[in-house]
Design a protein around this ligand. Structure first.
Ligand code: NAP
Length: 197
């Protein structure tokens, strides 16, 4: 069984970055005395998936921000490999999830960004969402999902407000975790997406 978790920070109006990809508006929440559960979450995962734009943004941070865990960067372009943890893949989301499941990964952080997350959600491949909502109206920017997707009801697992104003929501799909990719493993067909019923 593999679980794909979209763990992300978003403004109250649903943006994960400014229009030019900036995330400076998150900087004041990055303090030494509060990690919002990040270390525990990072310990709990055994790999990451990210889109090439997010990867390019991460390269600007200097040090590779995701040490010690394999990271699959989805891209149809060719990149020079700068970090041993990183591998580039042209695989479609479902194919990639199947490969990671075959490799024995159990919990995978879908880092984003919005375009890649939309592709995963469209295929019913996201099992859990951990969204840190920042009390800021960005007004415009890169949305949580880069393209529209099917309606989907989620089960709220938890909601934790922090003194900084950040509120972290944890939600899970109502159908069984990652039914799409795990059914494939069992040789069955994927469930019909909600919007096609
Ligand atoms: N607030 C947060 O927590 C958070 C988290 C993550 C990211 N971000 C921000 O989000 C921004 C990037 O988001 P984004 O939506 O513009 O880009 P993205 O999702 O990171 O990357 C999109 C790119 O990935 C490649 N790709 C490969 N397979 C794909 C597929 N199946 N579906 C979609 N894309 C695929 C495509 O580029 P090529 O094939 O041409 O390479 C595509 O243009 C950055 O500014 C980053 O800082 C914020």
């Amino acid at each position: 069984m593999i679980t794909i978790i979209y763990y992300v920070a978003a403004s109250l109006d649903g943006y994960i970055a400014t229009q030019d990809g900036g995330v400076d508006w998150l900087a004041s929440y990055d303090t030494a005395d509060e990690d919002y559960g990040y270390a525990a979450f990072y310990d709990s995962i055994d790999g990451l998936i990210e889109g090439s734009k997010t990867y390019e943004q991460a390269l600007q941070f200097g040090e590779w921000p995701h040490p010690g865990k394999p990271c699959w960067v989805c891209t149809r372009r060719r990149f020079e490999r700068k970090h041993t943890e990183v591998r580039f893949t042209p695989a479609a989301p479902r194919e990639l999830v199947s490969e990671l499941r075959r490799r024995g990964l159990r919990r995978v952080w879908l880092v984003g960004g919005g375009r890649l997350a939309a592709s995963f959600r469209a295929e019913g491949l996201i099992d859990e969402y951990i969204v840190s909502v920042i009390p800021t109206w960005l007004g415009a920017g890169i949305p949580l999902f880069g393209s529209p997707g099917p309606p989907e009801n989620l089960k709220l697992l938890g909601c934790k407000p922090y003194p900084s104003g950040l509120v972290q929501l944890r939600c899970r799909r109502k159908i069984k975790p990652n039914a799409a990719s795990n059914l494939e493993q069992a040789g069955e067909t994927s469930p019909t997406p909600d919007h096609k019923r």
